[in-house]
Design a protein around this ligand. Sequence first.
Ligand code: PGA
Length: 256
Amino acid sequence: MFKQKKLIVANWKMNPQTLKEAREIFDAAKKTAGTLKKSEVVVCPPFVYLPALAQGYKGKRLLFGGQDCFWEEKGAYTGEISPKMLKESGIAYCIVGHSERRALGENNEIVNKKILAALKTGLMPILCVGERERDQQGNYFSFIAEELREGFCGVSRTQLLRAVIAYEPIWAIGKEGDQAATPRDMHEMGIFIKKTLVDIYKTKQPPAVRILYGGSVDAGNAAALVSEGETQGLLVGHKSLNAKEFSEIMKHVDAI
Ligand code: PGA
């Protein structure tokens, strides 16, 4: 069912500090991405670096992503960037609803508006979902179901296939690799996400939407999170800024 390529997304967040460093990290990622056979790499730099990095880049194995977008097309929205502007700058994917944005006040309703706007413009949204902590009773599952249900409200079955879901448990973000979720945690959550999509979309089979894992991915845990976790890829934060380690992550995933 999942014939798509594996997706390795680099979320640079508000890093690095200079365009010079950004170019170095990007050039290294580009080099390894060019050797991959079964994976696609998406680099999500801060918006200001995009034009410089995208200029003259014609490769196909590495694409650009935004870290966020606004839901309106244009107008008096100081500080915001529209999906259309992103598309015009050569962006293919857009992260939506990252927990660091939700922590700044973004709720499911806002996330939903952004998902719809991104899809309408032709961007492929990467919807981030994830619980703050896990409770013994397993209530975090209903929290994830709600993020999916509300995040995809009004998204048609066809549109859904252009979306990507990243399961990023907040408790596992920004740590060392041994504190990431286990492949078993991911496997279980992947099944739950598919079951929830079946419920929402009333389909017999789970819709073929790619599900990624994110949260302290490193070169040591990447392969298992994809193979044993049965995901279609990874969302990599701080390790995507380390050229050598990110290159290893890409190679490990591609070898699966
Ligand atoms: P991390 O970040 O890899 O640094 O944990 C992942 C993310 O927040 O997208």
